[in-house]
Design a protein around this ligand. Sequence first.
Ligand SMILES: C[S@@+](CC[C@H](N)C(=O)[O-])C[C@H]1O[C@@H](n2cnc3c(N)ncnc32)[C@H](O)[C@@H]1O
Length: 306
Amino acid sequence: MSGEHIESGWLTCGACHQSYEIVRRVPRFVSRDNYGNSFGWQWQAHARTQYDSHTGGTISEERFFKETGWPRDLRGATVLEVGCGSGRFTELVARTGALLVSIDISAAVDVNQALNGANNNIVFAQCDLNRLPFRRHCFDRVFCFGVLQHTPNVEAAFRALLAMPRPGGHVVADVYARQPWYKHLVNTKYWVRPLTRRMSAERLHRWVSRYITLMWPATKVISRCPLGRRIALGLLICDYRGRFELDDDQLRDWAILDSFDMLSSAYDQPQSIETVRRWVAEGGLHDAQVQYGYNGIEIRACVPSL
Ligand SMILES: C[S@@+](CC[C@H](N)C(=O)[O-])C[C@H]1O[C@@H](n2cnc3c(N)ncnc32)[C@H](O)[C@@H]1O
């Protein structure tokens, strides 16, 4: 024990007597070695890159409150964050006063714990969203950003989220939008991913960093052309010049992070809006909004009241 925290030990389920190890204050419900390993590596290398408190801007804050439509005061509410990464949204939700449970399948949760663990209203766990270790329907609000397309079965992952909000509770998620086949075909990341997603994270990150640093002056020129960002993306560079107000070093850091992310993840499975609408209808969700947004398709809905 240290203060209110259990540094290490075992968490034992009173019902099934299964035990889960607590390592560095975080209970572990998955094996250390899993398909999210590249994310663990990525978020250690870019722990604070996208934190508003690091960039000095409001990029993550604007996205969070726009995408969720939630109030800024959530005192008294319980919130589940699924696939927290290094915790750029965790720091924002912590400020709403909610009791937040923040989970991730990868070692990203350790980065989040190290950066946000001083807040007494956050609990962390390393677990798989497909096997969440919580009672069903016990959270007031659930959000899941940038995760679904990176799971082996996107529909099953979406359904797993729906089991978490209480009756009448809110769920917000997003998923990459599937492009028409002719656009998908010319999306160069899908040409190289069969190779890059098999590379060691360390090696790939080294290559991506070198490549982007080398190409950075050229992308500056390209960014001034019409369709400049699309051209850069064709060159496998996520260039946010003109989109986000960041200084040049920060823009390069974001480019390295997101270019690595798109090349390294084990799964990248965009969905069509019709498919997502069907899932929402089959889930019996209320007040549902399914629309194109920041990161593809956004879903905002309430689960039915009893
Ligand atoms: C692109 S990152 C997004 C992180 C954060 N939500 C954000 O938007 O900054 C995707 C995260 O989802 C996590 N993830 C992928 N599959 C998961 C699963 N089955 N259960 C829980 N987390 C998962 C990854 O480890 C990674 O940290």
